[in-house]
Design a protein around this ligand. Structure first.
Ligand code: URA
Length: 256
């Protein structure tokens, strides 16, 4: 094939990809992420491993060691970005770590990034995020609030967008939980708000947001309030009444 031919074929292939929506070239050569081995090196049979190595092959133990070694939030973000054992990461464009003000009195924990968040690398920037911002503004809170006492810090259980926005499964939540717990310890909020079922499952070991919402509980020794997820409120406007009651309860605690 002469070089002229290759040029036009390459150009047609590129134009086709642009039509499909490709906007960035990340690598020089194509990489099929679905074809990668989740565990970089094939592990030796368990019987031949030293006890410490057996433990190190456990995705939860690896996550815990990486999370605990992070001395601050930027180091934690780097450690999470380097964690390769969660399948969900393979389809994600960006890791979504947090937004708002670290050190804020209120830390909000959502489920996982959606399409907009995956693109922006920030939590809660799509429709549900705009709803969240309106909810917070109703009690004079905000991620960029000028008054540090009224600022919030926002993260998700899962830092990567799950394929087709599916709910992360129990194994995926278990392996990411050490990072989330370390995130809460380092951000050190006074109050935690859990938005929807997934953060309740991760941090309380309980599901059933309709029964959990509005009932203060504790996470890592901190007062914690489960609430309906803003995306749920967009679909079920009647539930806004309960959400408003929960926001008022949070506001009352902030005045103590
Ligand atoms: N829903 C979430 O739970 N988190 C986001 O960041 C966006 C939507």
């Amino acid at each position: 094939m002469d070089s002229q031919n290759t040029y036009w074929q390459d150009r047609a292939a590129l134009e086709w990809q642009v039509e499909l929506g490709v906007t960035d070239a990340i690598l020089d050569a194509p990489l099929d992420r679905y074809d990668l081995d989740p565990v970089p090196a094939k592990p030796a049979p368990v019987a031949e491993m030293a006890p410490a190595v057996v433990q190190a092959a456990d995705p939860v133990a690896i996550a815990r060691a990486a999370a605990e070694a992070a001395p601050d939030l930027p180091a934690l973000a780097t450690a999470m970005a380097a964690y390769e054992l969660c399948e969900i990461k393979r389809g994600a464009r960006n890791a979504v770590f947090a937004d708002g003000q670290p050190g804020a009195r209120v830390m909000i924990v959502g489920e996982a990034p959606g399409r907009e968040e995956d693109r922006a690398g920030k939590p809660f920037v799509g429709q549900a995020g705009q709803m969240l911002d309106r909810m917070l503004a109703a009690i004079d809170l905000g991620r960029a609030h000028a008054d540090k006492d009224r600022a919030v810090y926002i993260t998700n259980v899962m830092p990567w967008r799950p394929p087709s926005n599916r709910t992360p499964d129990a194994d995926e939540i278990a392996m990411i939980l050490p990072f989330l717990e370390r995130h809460i310890s380092l951000a050190d909020p006074q109050f935690i708000v859990l938005m929807g079922n997934t953060p309740c499952q991760a941090l309380l070991g309980q599901k059933g947001i309709t029964g959990l919402r509005g009932n203060w509980t504790e996470v890592l020794g901190k007062p914690c309030l489960p609430m309906f997820h803003p995306a749920y409120l967009l679909r079920n406007t009647a539930a806004k009444r309960e959400a408003w009651a929960d926001l008022l309860a949070l506001n009352a605690r902030l005045k103590t």
